[in-house]
Design a protein around this ligand. Sequence first.
Ligand SMILES: *Cc1c(COP(=O)(O)O)cnc(C)c1O
Length: 335
Amino acid sequence: MDLDGHPRVALGQWPTPLEDCRRLTEALGGPRILVKRDDVNGLGVGGNKLRKAEFLLGKALADGADTVITFGAVQTNHGRQTAAACARLGLRCELVLTKSVPMSGDAYERSGNIVLDDLYGAHVHLCDTPEQTGEVYDRIVADAAAEGRRTATVPVGGSNDVGVLGYVAAAAELRTQLAGTAVDRIVVAVGSAGTAAGLALGIHLLDWPVILDGACISHTTDESMADIRGLAGDTAALMGVTAGDLAHVRLSDDAVGPGYGIPTPRMWEALRLFARTEGITLDPVYSGKAAAALVAAVRGGTIGADETVVFIHTGGLPGLFAYAPELVRSRENQP
Ligand SMILES: *Cc1c(COP(=O)(O)O)cnc(C)c1O
């Protein structure tokens, strides 16, 4: 697999660590769990969006852009990592954020990612509705044009053909790092689906006999599978290859609970499990729900005690502080 022809800018520390989590394995009573630490890749508190940003911002620079515009929810990790990357590269960053999650209060609205966005120097635009988001975007583009600036627009989650290249590269990195250790499954959270699409395509291109278990945390499994197929196909076309049937991708949505960004008791339980066995901090929106799906699959027997599983830790630490009041309350409700 050759990614050399695609513009890329160095932002993270690679390879990220791959940790053999013995105490977590023991607590789960079986499957050997390895955690791929994409939460600690070096820039802007870390997380999965950095791999996408290396290609997205590499292209933006190659296209001569000086202003990057992107989107997300109020507590977007993608926006925060884009802001940090733009700071590093000397690019102007415009974050158009939509109040799409039914959470409120000081912690959610004034802590976590959104304070870091400002700290990294991004221009933050808060919008109440999708219509307003469109209007604000148009105004930012018009203002930039009037000032002679050149913009690059990055989609939600950095998920397009270019961003997905980051996780095609990650699949190759992981395979090399495993150095022959046989792995049955890779478990990852699925949001805007670029991470899963890149891993799925990378696994196919490496001819790697492993199952990709995606835990959907915002969309249904059908919608997510369509997103993964679309993105993997687009990225394959960009690379001049084909994506195959992606039969190694399995999706579940049993851990999402009432909806995107809404905490669940099982998520808090999984968060505590990782924290207390390994000192690993998951986030409440993505990695915590993916971990809850992993725990349920082990308990339900879908993942056998003799399997070896790589859990992709996609980051999201600042988001935990946005949910600090809920975390404290979940502790009080413990038996
Ligand atoms: C964005 C994000 C994900 C999901 O990645 P997608 O590529 O959008 O599916 C998972 N975990 C964290 C912490 C994220 O910020």
